[in-house]
Design a protein around this ligand. Structure first.
Ligand SMILES: [Fe+2]
Ligand SMILES: [Fe+2]
Length: 323
């Protein structure tokens, strides 16, 4: 890791020092106030700035001008590939649900005190840009379906609305668990897009998937930075919430999307991918952040290995991005 990158990720409080919320660092009280992001504003600011810096205006893309839509042709795709595109469109199109979850988890209103608002305001700088990018993913996939002949706009809009209005919920109380969950989703989505891109024969779709996977890679990096900050500030006490995020892991929409499991199994051959692959990336982030190997971290690594060996969950497609 480059030196400047390492500085970025080093939390401002040292072990045992009181944090901005009055809590002590890794050797002290580990609780994070309810509904607070629970990290110093300066640390979140640095992570957000790094995220923004990675996508300057010159490197961004837009749905309207980024692709040769007139050339989009679903006749070049197999039935399984068309189905995989339809499936992931539902996942990306659920963005209002994902964004609302972050809004309710880290509120910005008169119900929170000034200190909490101040910290949550920093993470909002990220979520609003992230949401804009994820919304572009949903729009790009919608446009591809329409331009390539997979779907008609009115019917697709209605289908997406029927699923989109369903609530998206996660069980995680600890913010580190929420970011760890999203980290897995972002990495899983990135891997999925890369795999699908490698097999499709429509260059327009390949271009779309390439753009999306690069965005997901940046989203993953930000989530990794956040998990890193929690570990550096609160020590390996946050390893347990991270373990829970994996233990309770559910693919987004797995509980709400009509025919999810049947559909997921059906397209597994087209774009097969093992979402537990993303767990390894999470463990790597944890190991990098925790200076001295601890029993808790070792246990997390063993747990992840066991999940990889036994997880029966069919997971052909990554999700969210929240992804
Ligand atoms: Fe994403
Ligand atoms: Fe996405």
């Amino acid at each position: 890791m480059p030196a400047d990158r390492h500085r970025l990720l080093t939390a401002s409080a040292q072990p045992g020092e009181p944090g901005p919320t009055g809590l002590a660092g890794p050797t002290g009280l580990q609780a994070i106030p309810a509904r607070s992001v629970g990290l110093p504003a300066d640390d979140v600011d640095r992570a957000v700035t790094a995220f923004m810096t990675a996508s300057p205006v010159t490197r961004r893309w837009d749905v309207e001008t980024g692709f040769d839509w007139a050339a989009a042709d679903a006749d070049r795709l197999t039935e399984g590939q068309r189905s995989a595109v339809r499936f992931i469109t539902f996942i990306e199109d659920h963005l209002p649900g994902y964004f609302a979850l972050y809004g309710s988890r880290f509120p910005l209103d008169s119900d929170v005190d000034v200190e909490t608002f101040l910290l949550n305001r920093e993470i909002y700088h990220f979520t609003v840009r992230w949401a804009q990018e994820e919304d572009s993913h949903a729009r790009a996939l919608f446009r591809y379906q329409v331009e390539s002949g997979i779907a008609r706009p009115a019917a697709l809009r209605r289908e997406l609305a029927e699923e989109g209005r369903k609530q998206f919920a996660l069980p995680h109380e600890h913010p580190a668990a929420l970011f760890a969950y999203t980290l897995v989703q972002e990495k899983a989505t990135q891997i999925y897009y890369q795999n699908l891109r490698a097999v499709v024969c429509d260059p327009v779709l390949a271009e779309v998937l390439g753009r999306l996977s690069r965005d997901e890679a940046r989203h993953f990096t930000f989530m990794a930075d956040m998990v890193d900050l929690y570990l550096r500030r609160y020590g390996d006490a946050v390893v347990e919430p991270i373990r829970e995020a994996i233990a309770q892991f559910r693919m987004p929409l797995a509980d709400t999307l009509r025919g999810y499991w049947r559909w997921a199994l059906r397209i597994a051959d087209t774009a097969h991918y093992d979402h537990t692959e993303a767990y390894e990336h999470l463990v790597r982030v944890v190991r990098r952040a925790v200076d001295a190997p601890s029993d808790r971290v070792d246990e997390l690594a063993s747990f992840v290995r066991a999940c990889r060996a036994t997880d029966p969950t069919p997971s052909p497609v990554a999700p969210l991005s929240r992804s």
